[in-house]
Design a protein around this ligand. Structure first.
Ligand code: GDP
Length: 275
C-alpha cells in the first residue's frame, strides 16, 4: 500500500522532470478509461501538452472504450490507442505521437506517466539496450537524467512517472484492483471479485459461461469462484473448490484479459465526470 510519504516523493520527482519535457504521455488502461486516470495530477500537467494513450486496447470492449475516447476528444485532449504488447512502439511514437509533441529543444522530449500496471515499463523497456544518453547542463534540474533516444527527433525520459490514483470511491478501488493497479488485501480482494462478477453478470453474461462449466451456479460470486476453482482443479479435501486459490487466480486471469474483452465503465455510469 502507499503512504503519504511515497506519494509526496513521487509527485516531487514528476514535478522536477516536467520542467525538462515538452509533453506528458499519460498511459491509461483502456478497460477502465476513467478509473485509471489520476486527476489530482492534472494541475501539475497544466502547461504541458498532454497526450492520453489508451493502452491494452486489445483486451478492452472497444465499443465501450470508444465512447470515452470521443468524450476526451470533445474535451480537447489528444487521445491515442494502442496495444503495447504487440504494437511496434517506435513506429507508434514516430507516426502517431511525435506530431503532437511541441519542439522546444533540439529534439522532442516526453515523459511517460500512469497509474501502476498500465504498461509504462513495457513502453520504456522496449528501448532498453539501445543507447541511453545523459543530457544535462542545468544544475539541479536535468543533471544525470537518463534519456532514451527513439530517433533523432524524439527522446523519452528513462524514468516512468508513477501516478497514485485517487481512491475516492469504492467502485474506483474495485476497478483498479481488477486491472491490477492496486493489490489489496483479503477483504478488498473479495470486494473486487464480487464487483467484477456482478458487472460481468449484467454486462457480459455469456462470459461467465466460458469461465465455469455450463450449467454451474452463477447465483453469487462465492459459488461462482468455487466452481471456477473446481474447473481449474483447485480442490480441497471433500471435493470442494479452494476459494482462496480460485479467487486469486480469477483476479489474475481477469487482469490478464484471458476471459474476453471487457471494459468496466461507460460515461453514463457517472453522474459527474471530472475531466
Ligand atoms: P507498469 O506498472 O505501468 O510499468 O506496467 P507494465 O509495463 O509492467 O505492464 C503491466 C502488465 O500489462 C504486464 O504484464 C504487461 O505485459 C501487460 N501489458 C502491457 N501493455 C499491454 C497491452 O497493450 N495489452 C495487454 N494485453 N497487456 C499489456
Amino acid at each position: 500500500m502507499w503512504y503519504p510519504g511515497h506519494i509526496k516523493k513521487a509527485k516531487e520527482s514528476i514535478k522536477k522532470n516536467l520542467k525538462i519535457v515538452d509533453a506528458v504521455l499519460e498511459l491509461l488502461d483502456a478497460r477502465a478509461p476513467y478509473a485509471s486516470r489520476a486527476y489530482e495530477y492534472e494541475s501539475l500537467f497544466r502547461n504541458k501538452q498532454k497526450i492520453l494513450i489508451m493502452n491494452k486496447y486489445d483486451i478492452c470492449d472497444q465499443e465501450k472504450t470508444e465512447k470515452w475516447i470521443d468524450l476526451y476528444k470533445e474535451k480537447g485532449y489528444v487521445v491515442l490507442k494502442t496495444n503495447l504488447k504487440s504494437e511496434n512502439i517506435k513506429k507508434f511514437l514516430e507516426n502517431k505521437v511525435a506530431k503532437h509533441i511541441p519542439l522546444n529543444y533540439k529534439e522532442k522530449r516526453a515523459i511517460i506517466v500512469g497509474v501502476p500496471n498500465v504498461g509504462k515499463s513495457t513502453f520504456i523497456n522496449r528501448f532498453k539496450g539501445k543507447k541511453s544518453t545523459t543530457i544535462g547542463n542545468t544544475p539541479g534540474v536535468t543533471k544525470g537524467v537518463q534519456w532514451i533516444t527513439v530517433n533523432k527527433e524524439i527522446k523519452i525520459l528513462d524514468t516512468p512517472g508513477i501516478l497514485f490514483p485517487e481512491l475516492y470511491n469504492k467502485s474506483i478501488k474495485n476497478k483498479l484492483m481488477a486491472i491490477g493497479s492496486i493489490k489489496g488485501d483479503d477483504v478488498t480482494k473479495d470486494d473486487a471479485v464480487f464487483y467484477i462478477f456482478d458487472y460481468l453478470k449484467v454486462n457480459y453474461p455469456h462470459y461467465l459461461d466460458n469461465i465455469v462449466e455450463k450449467g454451474s451456479s452463477k447465483e453469487n460470486a462465492y459459488e461462482f469462484i468455487l466452481e471456477f476453482a473446481k474447473k481449474r482443479n483447485f480442490i480441497k479435501k471433500g471435493g470442494i473448490g479452494d476459494y482462496y486459490r480460485g479467487r486469486n487466480t480469477f483476479l489474475k486471469d481477469f487482469n490478464d484479459g484471458i476471459f474476453g474483452r471487457v471494459t468496466l465503465e461507460s460515461p453514463e455510469d457517472y453522474e459527474q465526470i471530472k475531466i
